[in-house]
Design a protein around this ligand. Structure first.
Ligand code: NDP
Length: 234
């Protein structure tokens, strides 16, 4: 069987790096993007371990020129093949925000990186997605309007809430081609973003989320799913 072709954004560290590792271990071919591939030491080491199956390309998802460059380079890597899985994993969280001092620049960066960038990336790469494939957007319970009961990390919360709507819009736009678009909450995971107190290891979170994607049915699009596959409220 032809191996699956996957693209993972923000693969320099954290969950993106772990997604790349586990997808490769499962036999997939992976295009992993990083803002600075030359400095992506762990990712480049993985590329050495999997010759020909991992391509590292530059992408700053928040920058139009960078997305355009990826759109130019990706067909050279894929050839006639199409992406079975696009994982919008890159994300940013500004910690320590206090009401009264929330900075416009942080709100802008968060919405641009967590929502606008992933939406425009999917729009730009739509022609390179396989019919019946999957787009998975790394979201967070923090972006759930229904679940929010406290004032915390507002830039991130607003960015992920906007991303959640982007997921629903994209699921509608790509529905005629059978492409399923879902939002995923990974749990609280021990990465630079999640911090040292987070109870879940990246390897566990990624294994759980890949299972969730594996089990997606043909009509399971436009859903917000937790690491156990449970549907979360928007
Ligand atoms: P990390 O902060 O550990 O890693 C974030 C990754 O995103 C890095 O590779 C970073 O690149 C990349 N990134 C940031 N901004 C951009 C950008 N503008 N363009 C391209 N790449 C960018 O985060 P996690 O691995 O923990 O998080 C991965 C995803 O999971 C995020 O979307 C996050 O919101 C989500 N998530 C994480 C949770 C957790 O508990 N960890 C909980 C809920 C959701 P670089 O290395 O160059 O800085």
């Amino acid at each position: 069987m032809e191996p699956r072709h996957c693209l993972v954004t923000g693969a320099n560290r954290g969950l993106g790096l772990e997604f790349t590792r586990q997808l490769l271990a499962g036999g997939a071919r992976v295009v992993a993007t990083a803002r600075h591939p030359g400095r992506a030491t762990a990712l480049n080491a993985l590329a050495g371990e999997h010759p020909g199956r991992l391509h590292v390309l530059p992408l700053d998802v928040a920058v139009a020129r960078s997305r355009d460059e990826l759109l130019r380079e990706l067909p050279l890597v894929l050839g006639q093949r199409r992406l079975d899985l696009l994982l919008n994993n890159a994300g940013v969280l500004h910690g320590g925000e206090r009401f009264g001092q929330v900075a416009e620049a942080d709100l802008e960066t968060s919405v641009r990186t967590n929502a606008i960038g992933p939406f425009l990336l999917v729009q730009a790469l739509a022609g390179l997605l396989a019919d019946g494939g999957i787009v998975a957007n790394l979201s967070s319970e923090i972006g759930s309007i229904a679940l929010r009961r406290e004032f915390r990390t507002p830039s991130y919360a607003i960015g992920k809430a906007a991303q959640n709507m982007a997921t629903v819009m994209l699921s509608q736009a790509l529905q005629p081609r059978g492409i399923r678009v879902v939002a995923l909450h990974p749990g609280w995971v021990r990465t630079d973003m999640g911090g040292e107190r987070a109870p879940v290891l990246p390897a566990e979170a990624v294994a759980a989320l890949l299972q969730v994607l594996e089990r997606l049915g043909p009509t399971d699009s436009g859903l917000f799913l937790g690491p156990d596959g449970a549907v979360l409220p928007w």
